[in-house]
Design a protein around this ligand. Sequence first.
Ligand SMILES: [Zn+2]
Length: 202
Amino acid sequence: MIARNIAWVLGLVSGVGILFAEEKPRNPALVEVTSENVPGVVLEVRYGTERNITGKKIYSDGRAWLRQETIAKLARVSRELREKGYRLVLWDAWRPRYAQQALWAAKPDGRFLTPPTKVSRHTRGSSVDVSLADKDGKILEMPSDHDDFSKKADEDFSDVSKEVAKRARILRRAMFAAGFSGVPDEWWHYDLRDWADYQALE
Ligand SMILES: [Zn+2]
């Protein structure tokens, strides 16, 4: 437990050092997500705020970064959702290693998070955490909040209202149709189907 706490503090300290030294990731494979390359996207990057499981700001700002391949597929999702009267909300995208460590320290549970000994799919720039807004950008109620690790987070939507379940299915269908795969325990998490072919991006 003590070792874990020390690791967490070190992770946060080194994270803050990286954050304020440079705001833009240096890796050329990472492209910023904007309303130009993902039309209509609502950026609500939770780790750039205190509204996350650590209760602390992990990123220096609310910008999001992904591989170009991931952005191209998200643009497709965005177009499909717009036809149905919705907009895509982005909760998280590329996640640097220090952020994964901070999250793991707050919730060291391998069912929901990748331990620091392994490479998170988010660190590869091939995964996203997404939700839905209405056509005006108003955030909509979904099965659970981001990083809610209760039963409501799983893909069995029988424990939420019909309206909410319908929205979660619309999002799921749009993501699958664009070439993403999902995970059973987190309705908001999606990966490029070939995520394992991508390396971690530091
Ligand atoms: Zn995720």
